[in-house]
Design a protein. Structure first.
Length: 152
């Protein structure tokens, strides 16, 4: 099945002329790798949060969002995550895309210019209209919350 392709206009910031554009690394990849546009390098100590610039701005089409997601390799090997995962880039935002990395590992990590730091996934967005009701329809789960189905 051929998937529909959406045009996503992007603009590099002045400080990112050499930073690669995000791209899919395999034919079946859902996300494009996003690169760091740091000056030189940025060390992130254990427990530290760092805002890493991508050097890109995007015009996300109406009805879509860009989700910024962690890279599994950085998470598994170094304990690096994205604090507000997934981050959302709204269709009306035109500023630089930045990634909030957190070092949950036990060792410092160094992010260098043009390192792959996150994935970008273009996702459709449905807009809800909230309507207040006196009662909600019943469900089998009802109000069962965290842990209601037992352990493991």
């Amino acid at each position: 099945m051929v998937q529909e392709k959406i045009t996503l206009p992007v603009k590099r910031t002045d400080h990112a002329a050499d930073v690669p554009l995000p791209r899919y690394m395999t034919e079946g990849a859902a996300g494009m790798d996003l690169y760091a546009a740091v000056d030189g390098e940025k060390k992130i100590k254990p427990g530290e949060i760092a805002l890493i610039p991508s050097g890109l701005m995007a015009a996300v089409p109406p009805g879509y969002e860009l989700q910024i997601r962690p890279r599994s390799g950085l998470a598994a090997k170094n304990g690096i995550g994205i604090l507000n995962s997934p981050g959302t880039i709204d269709s009306d935002y035109r500023g630089e895309i930045k990634v909030i990395l957190i070092n949950l590992g036990s060792d410092p990590i160094t992010i260098r210019r043009c390192d792959r730091i996150a994935q970008v996934v273009l996702c459709p967005v449905l807009r809800a209209v909230m309507i207040e009701v006196a009662e909600l329809p019943s469900s089998r789960r009802s109000e069962g919350g965290f842990g209601h189905t037992g352990k493991a």
